[in-house]
Design a protein around this ligand. Structure first.
Ligand code: IPE
Ligand code: IPE
Ligand code: MG
Length: 250
């Protein structure tokens, strides 16, 4: 099954799906689209188109190798600061993707959006809700797409819900625990991130799943997102397999 098959690398040649420590949840920070385009003398928007194509390719590969929970950072709460033309292009690509729900139905993939949906125009929000509803019956793989997502914003959102419950007298402050905060995050019910993959050479989280990544492992590569291949994902998974996670123990 694994596409990574360099003959001189025994470790890499073994089937990816059979790795001993296969992550439950892999998070992808899809970064480097702009630089990919710039390197080719093209406008940044071309990079976003290629990035969107690659997103579809990597999702399919994740399904092939049996990953159960995958999340992709597509647009942050901070990305609205970008030029209008660039934001419009990204939103257009997002809207096109939402029209291709058939792809998810065929793959029996459940789609969940992470982020505050209220900012989107009604027609986009309606499409998002439709995709979530139509795929809610699937559990082979959970595909989480973070759009208008910010980790701090998400934690504040959870805190507001709990504060309201305290105000309404249905919860006492002592009942606010790590679990109750997690319960009101957008990822509620899904496992914490085991492995974060960030292409493009940047060594930071940029507000991605900051709560859920508390004990995640990290894999960074200089490859830009539109060039991030299944082979590179294999490498990340093989690397993850060799990590010794202690979670504060010995
Ligand atoms: C990631 O690529 C896509 C978004 C953040 C929406 P970038 O657009 O950040 O690409 P670089 O980092 O400028 O190369
Ligand atoms: C992170 O990339 C957000 C997404 C990939 C959607 P950015 O390009 O926005 O991050 P910074 O600005 O380099 O930290
Ligand atoms: Mg970037």
């Amino acid at each position: 099954m694994a596409l990574f098959g360099k003959k001189d690398n025994k470790e890499a040649a073994k089937s990816i799906s059979e790795l001993k420590n296969f992550p439950q949840h892999v998070g992808f920070i899809m970064d480097g689209n702009g630089r990919w385009a710039k390197k080719r003398g093209l406008p940044r928007t071309f990079g976003h188109r290629e990035g969107a194509k690659n997103f579809r390719k990597i999702v399919r590969y994740c399904k092939d190798i049996g990953l159960k929970n995958i999340s992709f950072y597509a647009f942050s709460t901070e990305n609205w600061q970008r030029p209008k033309e660039e934001v419009d292009t990204i939103m257009g690509l997002f809207s096109d993707y939402l029209d291709d729900v058939q792809e998810l139905l065929t793959e029996k993939t459940r789609m969940v959006f992470l982020g505050d949906k209220t900012i989107f125009p009604d027609y986009i929000r309606a499409k998002m809700e439709k995709v979530e509803a139509e795929t809610a019956c699937y559990s082979d793989m959970i595909l989480m797409l973070a759009v208008n997502y910010g980790g701090r914003d998400e934690i504040a959102h959870s805190a507001r819900i709990l504060a309201q419950q305290v105000k309404d007298g249905v919860l006492s402050p002592e009942d606010i625990t790590e679990d109750s905060i997690s319960e009101h995050l957008y990822t509620s019910g899904y496992p914490d991130v085991d492995l974060v993959i960030r292409p493009s050479g940047e060594l930071r989280l940029s507000n991605f799943l900051i709560w859920q990544c508390a004990y995640a492992e990290y894999y960074f590569t200089d490859i830009l997102w539109p060039d991030f291949s299944p082979e590179e994902l294999d490498k990340a998974l093989i690397d993850f397999d060799s990590r010794h996670r202690r979670f504060g123990g010995v």
